[in-house]
Design a protein around this ligand. Structure first.
Ligand code: LMR
Length: 331
């Protein structure tokens, strides 16, 4: 028998004996719908991981805040009650990792190509490394998309935001972004947004179209401004102790599954968001408001305050590294 065949047989044997023992369970909790970029990528990771470990690993995906809401899922991961998450980059501040809020800076990325210069470059890697100080490992960045603004009034000019109560994720940069245009930000778990919009607890919100559409937010918002004023995406996290305690062969199989699931996530993100936007339009439930280049420039000019006010919080070095990767310049 050739050495390679022998080695493959040995690997199969290791996996088979692993599979005979109780499988290693990875609970992967997330807050969005199954038919979103993150939801589909989590399911794809499950498929690959279970196939490639021949059943030695079982991935249980819990979508739609079924298991934990935003804040609880972070705590659950640190405590080891779940093993894997893909929280939005706008939710790392409360962990003490304010640097991740660089991704929330309004108008910092013009498109996915600029985003990838950061997530697939040295700054992205440096940021993931910081997670280790919190007992976590960052395995990958998964894309979602560029946010739209929704409300029951047309948000076209900066003045239109005045006094509007806007739901945000738990990021101080997003708080500053909303305040920069005169809105009143309110942090709220994702699972509560639909009802808060429906009952008028808040007037509006921001999210990529894939989240807006799959949560049916457009059914309780009269207007959706196609602003693409900021980015929302994820880092896939695992509990460090759990990850480092895995047998080497299993970890390697999971790493290769994550690599392919990441490619999958980033391949579907734009298409999913484009389709969601088209579906919102087609539904006729809310009106899409386009922005002229001048209107968009006015938003950018006003929202630049969120950059200035958060330089110290994020770290001027990180902000500058991202600026030089993406070429951000204020109006
Ligand atoms: C939100 O809270 O609006 C998003 O972070 C939800 C998500 O995970 O995409």
């Amino acid at each position: 028998m050739k050495l390679k065949t022998l080695l493959t047989a040995a690997t199969m044997l290791v996996f088979a004996s692993n599979a005979l023992a109780a499988p290693i369970v990875i609970k992967f909790s997330h807050v969005v719908a199954v038919n979103t970029p993150k939801g589909q990528a989590a399911d794809y990771f499950k498929k690959l991981a279970e196939e490639r470990t021949k059943g030695a690993v079982k991935v249980e995906v819990y979508p739609n805040s079924q298991l934990y809401k935003d804040k609880e899922e972070m705590e659950a991961l640190q405590m080891g009650s779940v093993q894997m998450l893909a929280p939005s980059l706008a939710k790392f501040g409360p962990l003490g990792l304010k640097e991740f809020e660089v991704f929330d800076l309004p108008f910092i990325f013009d498109d996915y190509a600029e985003l990838h210069k950061v997530t697939q470059g040295p700054v992205g890697a440096k940021l993931l490394k910081k997670l280790e100080t919190k007992g976590l490992i960052g395995l990958a960045y998964w894309d979602n998309g560029f946010k739209v603004m929704s409300a029951n009034k047309q948000l076209k000019n900066v003045e239109d935001f005045k006094g509007q109560k806007m739901r945000i994720q738990s990021s101080k940069v997003l708080d500053a972004q909303m305040r920069s245009v005169g809105a009143i930000p309110q942090v709220m778990a994702f699972s509560e947004v639909y009802q808060a919009l429906q009952t008028g607890v808040v007037d509006g919100t921001e999210n990529p179209p894939s989240n807006l559409y799959t949560q049916k937010m457009h059914e309780v918002q009269k207007y959706v401004t196609d602003s693409k004023h900021g980015y929302l995406g994820y880092a896939v996290l695992v509990n460090k102790k759990f990850w480092e305690g895995l047998p080497k062969d299993i970890r390697a199989a999971l790493e290769s599954s994550m690599k392919d699931a990441t490619k999958f996530a980033n391949d579907v993100a734009k298409k999913d968001n484009d389709e969601a936007m088209a579906a919102v339009k087609k539904s006729g439930k809310s009106q899409i408001i386009p922005l002229t280049p001048q209107e968009r420039a006015a938003w950018k000019k006003a929202m630049d305050k969120a950059h200035k006010d958060n330089m110290g919080r994020i770290g001027a070095d990180i902000v500058k590294e991202v600026y030089s990767a993406t070429g951000y310049k204020p109006e």
